[in-house]
Design a protein around this ligand. Structure first.
Ligand code: PGA
Length: 259
């Protein structure tokens, strides 16, 4: 079964709810002729900041473009000021949730164990985890990339049940390529993605063959086609270039040409 490409916009702490509605209108206009292909030839999702989820969800209703959350708390509910729960994301109709993004790991102290707890929480739901992994520049220079990525993956998935593994998406995001304009070459991306695929198959069995592995880190219209045409690159997680509906649409269309 071929893996359908998945393109996910990660808006990070950008765009207000009102801007999200304008974005959606423009994106839908740009993708109009291809909306019927959503869910068949490609999947698209947008992860806005939490306050824009509701408005964006309404603006995208029935379009086939899905909602993603940038994060969630591992506990179901309780005294966790400033946090957002799984039930809240389900209530808003999210289909995906990022976990373990490198900015969460580096700026907010998230550990592999915390990422694993979030993965376990998501296993109770239909929201698919997009598990982000990736090495820092120092780790790459010390030739530790594959080891680091394998550890991040196996810790998050240790003992994971079928519910989790069936919907799992992995995003390989080398930290040195995020927001820096420095993209991994298609060869680097393919090498790491192939290693991730091997780890997934070793841990999860044949399902690992179907798991989508996205590349993230300075993806833009000018490099998307080449990256997406690599055998184990099944989509992209796009930060900066996803803030403009025209460039996000161009990347989405590039995925259609390579699928
Ligand atoms: P970038 O961000 O495309 O701006 O490099 C990617 C990400 O952090 O998900």
């Amino acid at each position: 079964m071929p893996r359908i490409p998945l393109l996910v916009a990660n808006w990070k702490m950008n765009l207000c709810a009102s801007e999200a509605s304008e974005f959606a209108a423009r994106l839908l206009e740009r993708l109009q002729p291809h909306l019927a292909d959503l869910g068949k030839a490609f999947d698209l999702a947008i992860a806005p900041a939490f306050p824009a989820l509701d408005r964006l969800g309404r603006a995208l209703a029935d379009s086939g473009i899905q909602l993603a959350a940038q994060n969630l708390h591992a506990e179901a509910s309780g005294a966790f000021t400033g946090e957002v729960s799984l039930a809240m994301l389900e209530d808003l109709g999210c289909s995906f949730a990022l976990i373990g993004h490198s900015e969460r790991r580096q700026l907010f102290g998230e550990t592999d164990a915390m990422v694993r707890a979030k993965a376990e929480r998501l296993a109770e739901s239909r929201i698919a985890p997009i598990l982000c992994v990736g090495e820092t520049l120092a780790q790459r220079e010390a030739d530790q990339t594959l080891e680091i990525v394998a550890k991040q993956l196996t810790t998050a998935l240790d003992g994971a049940d079928d519910g989790l593994t069936r919907q799992l998406v992995v995003a390989y995001e080398p930290v040195w390529a995020i927001g820096t304009g420095r993209t991994a070459t298609p060869e680097i991306a393919q090498t790491v993605h192939a290693a991730i695929r091997k780890t997934l198959i070793a841990r999860l069995g044949p399902i690992g063959e179907q798991t989508r592995i996205l590349y993230g880190g300075s993806v833009k219209p000018s490099n998307a086609r080449e990256l997406l045409s690599q055998h184990d690159v099944d989509g992209a997680l796009i930060g900066g270039a996803s803030l403009d509906p025209d460039s996000f649409a161009q990347i989405a269309l590039a995925s259609l040409e390579t699928s």
